[in-house]
Design a protein around this ligand. Structure first.
Ligand code: FAD
Ligand code: SF4
Length: 510
């Protein structure tokens, strides 16, 4: 029985049971395809990262004597479509069974399950053997509940997997050390030098150029900062434990003009491609903490573990619980377009300039830049969630729909009306100034609301609350802000709204 097994670009899990033994009747296939490079315009480093990781994975399988068919982007047999490539191989290689791993994206899941219905040979789908949870676990956990609170899910994960637990109580006496994760960073707290990895990125870049694939952002071999093999990912994880974990929680929400990554791990790309698993990450961090507990406070460790077993697994569960309807939600009725400066960084707003330039130069921004700078601005200016999704899906190396759309449309844009976040993540300049040094040398004045040099976030914030009163006025977490709005002088509110309207209709002037 000749079997064909498909490996998608984000299924590079060498620990998968498929690869335990070599079977001469099995051929694995991987394709670099326009279907994947063109469904949205991606960052150049994202395309390079995917192709470089896939090529290396294929070479590793071949070295272990597995049979592999690999189509590079310019391969003459490459039809640039997943199902056309599969059909052709099934026909010409006389394949008798087709197998694939559950895709993490709804569109690929649909494409492959529809394809299997057309096949004359049997097909089989297997687990990715990557996540802690199964796709539907979260849906079952919240069955019958009105709200899908991440914190409840997270506590259950801690108990179920016995992570940072003492008996049935949380280690350190608290489930959540979020409140101690809110320090502003300054240059006195040193960040160790980063060790970049070797890779084949320049060769991959040549192929991408030859194929004339349209991309965004820039690439420099010297500063490509993401692991593309399992060995590199494990090295990166070790580096994180030894140098960054000690301050991870403290500066998790901090932003600074001189630093892109601060104490963040840069592991999302490797994890999303499944080069390493969340269990690899959590177990390594816990082991390190057990050995070096005297140097590392539990708040740093809990803050990090929450991102992995909490937010990451939660977002995946929410994706499968809410798709495909989720992709069309726009509960706040936002219809504006993203300004051009999201593709150039050319704005006088210093916070946006830095967050966007980081993204264009590195295909990276950390979660507070994504949430409270670009996301906050997009929501306050009432941009259509499709526009916001497309930008986030294209620009970040780690952007794969299951984890991008839940964070963007749900968490950041509140387009689901509060299924994921309990309130919209919006702020005026005060939060941005509290967590960063962006306001210090900004063209705009963080304390002003309507003058020509007033910080745009200030008028946009109050205008947003006023305009969305119907949808948000009854949200108990917004009560204090609405009572402040109600106390505002009518003329002052009118001036603020006029200023906000000017900003919204002339975004590229700001
Ligand atoms: P660290 O800060 O070191 O965190 C460790 C790990 O925790 C990350 O690698 C990631 O796997 C996980 N994690 C942290 N926060 C989240 C979260 N909110 N959801 C899921 N996993 C999380 N993450 C993606 O992987 N892909 C995306 O497309 C993506 N889009 C986002 C869009 C918005 C608007 C926001 C607010 C967040 C988004 N995130 C996304 C989550 C988070 O910003 C990134 O995972 C993180 O910045 C990756 O960098 P890091 O590996 O250095 O993370
Ligand atoms: Fe951003 Fe306003 Fe601060 Fe400037 S003053 S950096 S626009 S928050």
């Amino acid at each position: 029985m000749k079997t064909l097994r498909l490996i998608l670009g984000d299924q590079l899990n060498i620990k998968h049971s498929w690869f335990k033994e070599v079977d001469n009747d099995v051929t694995h296939c991987l394709f670099e395809m326009r279907q994947e490079t063109n469904y949205v315009k991606h960052h150049i480093q994202k395309v390079i990262g995917f192709f470089a990781a896939m090529r290396q994975f294929s070479a590793d399988l071949t070295n272990k004597n597995h049979h592999v068919i690999y189509y590079r982007i310019n391969h003459p047999k490459n039809k640039q479509s997943l199902t056309e490539n599969l059909s052709e191989i099934i026909k010409t290689q006389n394949i008798q069974t087709f197998e694939y791993i559950y895709p993490d994206e709804y569109r690929l899941e649909k494409q492959l399950s529809d394809f299997c219905k057309t096949l004359a040979i049997p097909s089989k789908v297997v687990s990715s053997e990557h996540f802690y949870t199964q796709r539907d676990d979260l849906k079952q956990f919240f069955k019958g509940k009105k709200q899908y609170l991440m914190e409840n899910f997270y506590r259950d994960m801690r108990k179920k997997h016995d992570i940072l637990m003492v008996g049935n109580q949380p280690e350190g006496g608290k489930w959540n050390f979020d409140k101690s994760n809110r320090n502003k960073w300054n240059e006195d707290v040193q960040i160790p030098l980063y060790k970049y990895f070797k890779n084949d990125a320049t060769k991959v870049l040549e192929d991408i150029k030859k194929a004339t694939i349209e991309t965004i952002g820039t690439f420099k071999q010297k500063t490509f900062a993401y692991p593309i093999t399992r060995i590199q990912a494990l090295e990166q994880l070790k580096y994180f434990c030894e140098h960054l974990l000690t301050h991870f929680g403290d500066y998790q929400d901090a932003m600074h003009t001189k630093e892109t990554y601060l104490f963040h791990s840069r592991l999302s790309f490797a994890m999303n491609l499944k080069l390493i698993s969340p269990k690899d990450v959590v177990n390594t961090v816990l082991n390190y903490y057990r050995k070096h507990g005297a140097e590392i406070h539990i708040s740093q460790v809990e803050g990090f573990i929450r991102q992995i077993i909490g937010w990451r697994e939660y977002m995946r569960g929410m994706y499968w619980a809410l798709m495909p309807e989720f992709k069309n939600l726009n509960e706040l009725n936002n219809y504006n377009k993203l300004p051009d400066f999201f593709w150039t960084g050319n704005t006088k707003m210093n916070c946006l300039k830095h967050a966007i330039k980081n993204s264009l130069e590195n295909g990276y921004a950390h979660h507070i830049q994504r949430l409270m700078i670009t996301g906050n601005y997009a929501l306050l200016t009432q941009i259509h969630p499709d526009e916001v999704d497309n930008w986030y899906l294209g620009i970040y190396l780690d952007a794969i729909e299951w984890v991008q759309i839940t964070n963007t449309r749900g968490m950041s844009q509140f387009a689901d009306g509060g299924l994921i976040a309990t309130k919209p993540y919006v702020s005026s300049s005060s939060y941005i100034n509290k967590m960063s040094n962006y306001c210090d040398d900004c063209f705009y004045n963080k304390n002003k609301k309507v003058e020509h040099d007033a910080c745009p976030f200030n008028s946009l914030y109050w205008n947003f609350l006023d305009e969305k009163r119907e949808q948000l006025g009854n949200n108990f977490r917004m009560g204090m802000m609405y009572s402040l709005l109600d106390k505002m002088d009518k003329q002052q509110l009118q001036n603020i709204k006029e200023k906000a309207q000017h900003i919204i209709s002339h975004q590229d002037l700001y």
